[in-house]
Design a protein around this ligand. Structure first.
Ligand code: NDP
Length: 296
């Protein structure tokens, strides 16, 4: 496998390491060590969010690692409570301030707010301003369904570079992925190894225990998590696995020395259960999900 597979190019020409490291549910007290370990192992793309409450610790880990800023790709997300033009401009100040950086590599809207879509559009307009001013190198969205992308594109002047979505073998959202690709929007998989299938109660089983994935993993002398990450990378997606455990942080990065066959990929594709595990994107409201994001 060549190192070419490590980097993808966004629709504005910016390079993004395909494999990133996520920190959702990483407690602030563990974040400095976990992100520090990820950077030591070789990850150069970190995905956080204002709503995760650990941007400050991500920033601390980055500084303490000594990794040159221009070798890093820092991605964070605006929470829905900060939607609106002025509010989202201020959300940038909050996130950048906590992270301790002047510029973000990728700044995305965490969710569409269907019941207040005008606020979503105003928030995106703020991202366009930040992009025009060079304070963010790319902008995008998360959990946007085709109708949300379509409505956004009606007024947007900048096509989102990324749509970050629940994508794992049990819920590959193939139609949405194809829709995004048709608009030049890179799909980025959250819960890429199916975390949400095993850290949350619910039917359908755990992707890590899946017999097909385990069989493929054994055949390659790799783990189920590594097989799922390869599946994403070989299908051209970005993926951002999370772990706080050093051995898993390293394991999830060690995926560039093997290749799944087209038969392997097809067998994983066939595992689609068509059932979303995360929140229903069309049902996100400020009343149910709003929360105050502290100042930097
Ligand atoms: P993941 O698919 O990354 O799975 C994480 C879970 O798997 C954790 O419980 C982790 O536990 C465990 N784990 C990690 N590596 C391994 C391994 N090699 N073997 C066995 N278990 C493992 O799910 P996430 O939901 O965390 O998604 C990843 C990232 O995506 C988030 O951190 C966040 O950045 C982003 N995200 C974005 C969302 C959005 O709405 N935009 C929603 C959810 C996530 P442990 O830490 O104990 O190792």
């Amino acid at each position: 496998m060549t190192t070419d597979t490590l980097t993808l190019t966004l629709n504005n020409g910016i390079a993004i390491p395909a494999l990133g490291y996520g920190v959702f549910q990483t407690p602030p007290a563990e974040t400095v060590d976990a992100v520090g370990e990820a950077l030591r192992v070789g990850y150069r793309h970190i995905d956080t969010a204002a709503a995760y409450g650990n941007e400050r610790e991500v920033g601390q880990a980055i500084r303490e690692s000594g990794t040159p800023r221009d070798e890093l790709f820092i991605e964070t997300k605006v929470w829905i409570s900060d939607y609106g033009y002025d509010e989202t401009l201020h959300a940038f100040d909050k996130s950048a301030g906590k992270l301790g950086v002047d510029r973000l590599d990728l700044f995305i809207l965490h969710q569409a707010l269907p019941s207040a879509f005008d606020r979503t559009l105003d928030a995106y307009r703020a991202l366009e301003t930040l992009y025009a001013e060079g304070r963010v190198r790319a902008i995008g969205v998360s959990n946007f369904m085709p109708e949300h992308v379509t409505r956004l594109l009606d007024t947007a002047t900048v096509v989102p570079a990324v749509n970050q979505l629940e994508i794992h073998p049990y819920f590959p959202q193939r139609e949405l992925v194809t829709f995004d690709a048709g608009h030049g929007i890179l799909n980025q998989a959250w819960s890429p190894i199916g975390g949400i299938t095993f850290y949350r109660e619910g039917g359908g089983g755990s992707t890590l225990e899946d017999p097909t994935i385990r069989t493929i993993a054994e055949a390659h002398g790799k783990s189920p998590a590594q097989v799922m990450l390869r599946w994403h990378i070989q299908q051209g997606r970005s993926a951002i696995p999370k772990s706080v455990k050093p051995e898993r942080i390293a394991e999830n990065f060690d995926i560039f020395d093997f290749e799944l066959s087209s038969h392997d990929l097809a067998r994983i594709d066939a595992l689609d259960q068509g059932v979303r595990r995360g929140p229903e994107p069309t049902a996100i409201t400020l009343e149910a999900f709003g929360r105050e994001i502290p100042e930097a």
